[in-house]
Ligand binder design. Structure first.
Ligand code: G6P
Length: 613
């Protein structure tokens, strides 16, 4: 969480930093600030979104060609003006922006206070600026770079850092441990950012910093070293994303754009990987380890949030198609449980951003214990994608809205392809059957498109009626139980309506007590083999006056008659139905949130990339 940008070159630093911070706002938006060097250290910062910062810079007429900026997701200290980054050293000569958490900040702060330093904020970050200055000012033989290095050795925790010093007005220092940072190489200008989105409009040449590395950057050069002072030659990567992909393209919100982009995102995800005519699947990223996956004792899938929901769908797919034993874990729980995983096992991590701290930690834990570690990521170049033994990119394109939509369906598509390839290798499905599945998978982007066309108006109407419902219940069975969880998560995260997802039969063990005439119950009744049971559950809800919204297979008059609203999806295999049933749920939550005046793309307290544990 938190976004960092930096710039040095001929452009107006304020402009570049503000533009960059806007692109990184999905990482946190509690406050924003910049430090611009222009003969002096100009700090502009304050509570709230980047637009406030933009006004501040304009009103105060701050100009300069080098600076660092930050958009914050608060960890230590409430979101207010004082706790906003950048933070300064006592003399005001050193400014720091930080993404991460300094765990030993309490003891360091005490030591620095005992030495007479006074602190302005409640943040952990301020100690970094103070400690650098303390070390630098106490010894004449130490360079500023060395002072940073010695500081980094004393701090425990995670950081992505950008640092400027008024005494070295052409340089930006950066360092990374646990929080992503990359460097964009321009023509006589350099860019720094937490991800590629602020950089892409200026250059496509980037260097990814790895953990334990730092760099000193000026307008025409950069030098990357380890924190132990060993010089490194880093590979320069070419960015594959374009500016168009990270703009709204006429949609009012990124979330809506991303929902409607799903037909394309899924087609991109499938492209070149399935051959419907031949009935084959080929996932290049895991081709070399496929034998190991086939022989694996078990497959553990670890993820967080929406990615965890796709993992649950994956469990059903792997077990049904490939008869492979699968367990799904919250990444955050997995690592602290002394997990029983080792040689012969596979850990598959799923992460849109590829930066989620808990997922990354699960990956490292499993790798240390000898497991083969695979990844499904959306962001190319992300830490998780670089640290896994092998993996598959979802190729869904940049996802900016905090609530994940197209990344979820693309993850499920990848899991489906993996399950099918595994099933064919293991011989758990026949060639003919596999061919039918692959043909159907090829049709899925078109079916998603059809749903988007057909259900947009109905979901708007439903949203109008239920905008002020205080609670929602989502019920699903089998493959669509994870979709019930995902539907409930989408609604609560962007509309702040309390919602719960439940396996339909479990409703009788608790949530049924909540049902009355005020309670909308979204029933995902599109899994043929459990439909009769689902109809009984609908009856149970209706008997208690609950209001039924159903997502059902086409021409299911039983479900339709029992529902106040129903949305039908085109027919498909049961095991592919989550790819279709989730679409109306995404739209429903979007329209409800818009009606309630919520900030859909940047819901309160959330961040898209959770880089703290
Ligand atoms: C945050 C985001 C969610 C996302 C989750 C996991 O909570 O708001 O949308 O599903 O992190 O993120 P990842 O990038 O690992 O998929």
């Amino acid at each position: 969480m938190c976004g960092i940008v930096g710039y040095v070159g001929d452009r107006d630093a304020g402009d570049v930093l503000v533009k960059g911070l806007k692109r990184l706002e999905y990482r946190g938006y509690d406050s924003a600030g910049v430090a611009i060097l222009n003969g002096q250290m100009s700090i502009q910062k304050g509570k709230g979104k980047v637009v406030n910062l933009e006004k501040l810079i304009k009103v105060n007429g701050v100009k300069g060609n080098i600076g660092i900026g930050h958009t914050r997701w608060a960890t230590h200290g409430e979101p207010n003006d004082v706790n906003s980054h950048p933070h300064l050293s006592e003399s005001g000569k050193v400014a720091v922006v930080h993404n991460g958490i300094i765990e030993n900040y309490g003891s360091l702060k005490k030591k620095l206070s005992d030495n007479g330093r006074t602190f302005k904020s409640q943040t952990d970050t301020e100690i970094i600026a103070q400690l650098i200055e303390e070390i630098y000012s106490k010894s004449k033989d130490i360079s500023f770079e060395q002072a940073i290095r010695l500081t980094l050795k004393q701090i425990v925790g995670t950081y992505g850092l950008a640092i400027v010093n008024i005494e070295e007005p052409g340089k930006i220092y950066i360092a990374r441990k646990g929080s992503p940072l990359l460097l964009g190489i321009g023509d006589n200008e350099m860019f720094i950012a937490s991800d590629a989105s602020p950089i892409v409009e200026y250059t496509n040449k980037v260097v990814y910093l790895d953990d334990g590395e730092m760099a000193v950057v000026d307008r025409s050069s950069y030098e990357v070293k380890t924190i132990e002072d060993v010089s490194l030659t880093k590979e320069v990567h070419e960015l594959a994303i374009s500016l168009d992909e990270i703009e709204k393209a006429g949609y009012p919100h990124f979330m809506l754009k991303e929902i409607f982009e799903q037909p394309k995102a899924l087609a991109d995800c499938l492209r070149g990987r399935i051959n419907p005519k031949k009935g084959t699947v080929q996932l290049g990223g895991v081709a070399d380890v496929m034998d190991q996956i086939v022989k694996a004792n078990r497959i553990v899938i670890a993820a967080c949030g929406t990615s965890w929901h796709s993992a649950l769908v994956g469990e059903y797919l792997f077990e049904y198609l490939a008869k492979a034993p699968v367990e799904v874990e919250y990444a955050s729980e997995f690592r602290y449980r002394d997990p029983l995983i080792g040689e012969g096992d596979v850990l598959l991590v799923i992460s849109q951003s590829g930066e989620t701290a808990d997922t990354l930690a699960a990956l490292r834990e499993a790798r240390e214990r000898g497991a083969l570690v695979l990844g499904i990521c959306n962001v190319v170049g992300s830490t998780i994608s670089r640290e896994t033994d092998a993996g598959v990119f979802t190729h869904a394109g940049p996802e900016i809205g905090v609530a994940s939509t197209k990344a979820f369906t693309a993850q499920v598509v990848v899991l489906t392809m993996m399950a099918l390839e595994l099933a064919m290798r293991k011989g758990t499905i026949t060639k003919e059957k596999a061919k039918k599945y692959i043909k159907e998978l090829d049709q899925i982007p078109g079916k998603v498109e059809q749903i988007l066309k057909e259900c947009d108006e109905t979901t708007r109407e439903m949203a109008r009626l239920f905008t002020y419902a205080p609670n929602f219940l989502y019920l699903g069975r089998s493959y669509n139980f994870p979709v019930a969880l995902e539907g409930a998560l989408k609604l609560k995260e962007i509309s702040y309506i309390h919602a719960e997802g439940y396996p339909a039969a479990e409703m009788k063990h608790g949530p049924i007590a909540l049902i009355d005439e005020m309670m909308p119950v979204v029933v995902i009744a599109a899994t043929d083999h459990t439909n009769d049971k689902m109809i009984s559950n609908i009856e149970e809800v209706k008997a208690r006056k609950g209001r039924i919204i159903s997502i059902m297979n086409k021409e299911n008059s039983d479900v339709e008659e029992l529902s106040e609203f129903s949305i039908s999806i085109p027919s498909t295999y049961d095991c592919f139905s989550p790819l279709l049933t989730v679409i109306p749920l995404q739209l429903l939550s979007y329209y409800i949130a818009v009606n309630r005046g919520c900030n859909v793309d940047q819901p309160r307290n959330l961040a898209k990339s959770v880089t703290v544990e």
